[in-house]
Design a protein around this ligand. Sequence first.
Ligand SMILES: Cc1ncc(C[n+]2csc(CCOP(=O)(O)OP(=O)(O)O)c2C)c(N)n1
Ligand SMILES: [Mg+2]
Length: 899
Amino acid sequence: MAETQQTQQTQQTNGLEVVETREWLDSLDYVLSKGGAERAGRLLQQLALHARRAGGVNLPFTATTPYQNTIASRQQAPFPGSQEMERRIKSLVRWNALAMVVRANKIQEGIGGHISTFASAATLYEVAFNHFFKASNDSGDRDIVYFQGHAAPGIYARAYLEGRIPKQKLQNFRRELNPGGGLSSYPHPWLMPDFWEFPTVSMGLGPIQAIYHARFIKYLENRGLKTSTGGKVWAFLGDGEMDEPESLGSITLASREQLDNLIFVVNCNLQRLDGPVRGNGKIIQELEAIFRGAGWNVIKVIWGGDWDSLIHADRDGLLVKRMGEITDGQYQKYFVESGAYFRQNFFGTDPRLLKMVEHLSDEQLARMRLGGHDPIKVHAAYKVAVEHTGSPTIILAKTIKGYGLGEAGEGKNITHQQKKLNEDELQMFRSRFGIPIPDDELHNAPFYRPADDSPEIKYMQERRKQLGGYMPVRKNRATPLKSVPESHFEEFYKGTEGREASTTMVFVRMLSKLLRDPEIGKLIVPIIPDEARTFGMEALFRQVGIYSSVGQLYEPVDMDTLLYYKEAKNGQILEEGITEAGSMCSFISAGTAYANHGINTIPFFIYYSMFGFQRIGDLIWAAADMRCRGFLVGGTAGRTTLAGEGLQHQDGHSHVLALPVPNLMAYDPAFAYEIAVIIQDGIKRMYVDGESIFYYLTVTNEPLPMPEMPSQPGIREGILKGLYRYRTSGKKDYQLRAQIFGSGTVMFEVLKAQEILEKNYGVAADVWSVTSYKQLYREANDCERWNMLHPKETPKAPYVTQALQGAPGPFIAASDYMKVLPESIAQWVPGKLLSLGTDGFGRSDNRAALRDFFEVDAKHIVLATLTALAREKQLGPEVLEKAIRDLGINPEKLNPAIS
Ligand SMILES: Cc1ncc(C[n+]2csc(CCOP(=O)(O)OP(=O)(O)O)c2C)c(N)n1
Ligand SMILES: [Mg+2]
């Protein structure tokens, strides 16, 4: 009896609550209709405040909004184009993208390719191509688009319909080496320099680059190097890709810098390669929370127009509540299941929900479109995004992976890898998208392009014409520099006249001179990840200022000092804070501005050499692909030159890691004049001659007297090619001869060894400066291969062989890098080469101790030279034994390479 009473009471309370809720909602509706969204928003804020004051009501924190579209249907902008025409064009693009992959795999099993990524993103791209992507506007500016890498087939398919890519090339998708050429699997400017601008297929590199690119555009504008014209940076990304640390790691920079020129479009097809992105959660909600929290404008495009009337009728929020309960894994299940299953499983939990859809057949239910497949919803979102000011925008669009593939893979876990369709599946796809290809031709998956004067082709051409031309198009938009100013480099040829200077100091001085140059000074972009003081660059703070989009809103603590921390709107230094990845993205933006913006900015990115290739190697690889220009400067370089820092900081391998990057010139200079020659020539090659190369230069912080450039002929050539004779032994009464290579600061140990050898052992050793093993290695390989391919012609001798020809005695190399670096050229050295280097983990100690430990100091170079002579039977082992004793070397010491 008591129980029944209680139930009755609960029902009454519930009933009251329903009535009360309805009254409040009606009142809110009234305010909404009379005062609009803003007024309603203010009212809700006041209500929340009042509730807290009057009743201690604390609204729970929520970073997300309900699982529905951010733009309500009544707010959405009308669609400006012909929906039907655009649907037909999109179908054509879909078909050709699919055919490209299917054909490639028919011709050659296992050649790969992706169908389902573009299938899910087609609407997202097509709406942008037809209505948003600006190739240029009146003032010549344009949108920058980062296309999702493995959606490439769709982008090629469109270019084919536009008449920009011939059928032959489409046929050779992923078979680039076929006669007549083909199309690269993914976006690669190196391989298709007239087409692709950004290599995006290494997940995560697209988003972080887009952020820094958008910021760099503002930098160019604020510094007066570019006029502001409202171009946008678009990045099309995968929802799985958002798990990469690079995807999320810099999003606060975008909001802090108010990058309203940046739009992320995340294709939330809920799947990645293996399966669901968040089977047990909701990726859209998760990303919304992250990006809202970071201050982005978030636009969710979840439900298509088919849902509008249901959502409108959902007065009590039952439907939206149910939408929010379902996990992504379950949504994916609905994509592959029947309408009956959907009805029962999704709506069947509440009779009121079931009632809402009773007028819809199972068939209709199954076809209810998602937001990312609805051009009207997508268009509305883009329009809001491009008009939004004050913060970056992210659009989270829900789609189905493999959309349109049906049984062949729509929404299935295997869909990412699907590249083969049987005839039935092709037929189904063909019919679904209305492609006029007869059944008996389907087995070949032929491409289909209507005539130039067909309504579809005319429409798409007209749309692109209106928007300024085709996309993507990559080209060099800059005019080359006329020359490199010579005078800034001259002082460095003279050396420091006995004063000690580190090569870092030399470099910084050179940079500061270049910054003063009336022609190229403004084009220099110094980029530093919070290391300026480490490199003694703080004088530049004052000289050219640190870039800040808002200027300096505070009184700097060191205002009364000469070198105060000066931030300015037109500041030139990009002081990035502790992010090598972000700094590298700035480097790429500046180093590719010649192509992207027609501006010859010359980036100098200065960082701890250990945190370059090792940490952000993939971005350096991307820079190479992008034909990026500029100078990467590895500071505090060398395993034994950086004193005290130990294992994590001492770099003895960045030059080895630089070897694989084909268009990267890597130098390990010892002297000021070498740096001057390399930088001067580098600017000329990149910005006057327009070569697609960039530079890696190591500089060190050991103060040493910088010598004058020797006056022998060919020295500049030697520096640039990688090797020249720096000092011939002056010893006349020698018994023995040897040749020693030195690089970086270890060169100074080599010079000391030269003296000891002359004085104590009767050895006349010549000293060679090796500025670049990489250059020597590459050139020698080039000769080697030419000789192999031209057996009857006079063989070419590599530069290193020619330069060393006739130099008497064995060869010894010492550097602050791994032994393998000199050994990479051993076969072209005309004699035996013994290499000393710094294999192993670093230690915290001073330079002398480190060089002893790694066996690259003068005494070890002496011993190595004597050993090399002994191996040629010019000395006996007793001399070596005595030398070991005299030099104070412990023969039982630990092997640094493995300790
Ligand atoms: C750094 C990196 N790791 C792994 C891959 C291999 N890969 C290519 S696509 C893909 C799945 C992508 O899923 P998502 O980002 O959701 O894109 P979708 O195809 O679903 O649009 C993976 C793992 C890659 N390209 N880059
Ligand atoms: Mg995905």
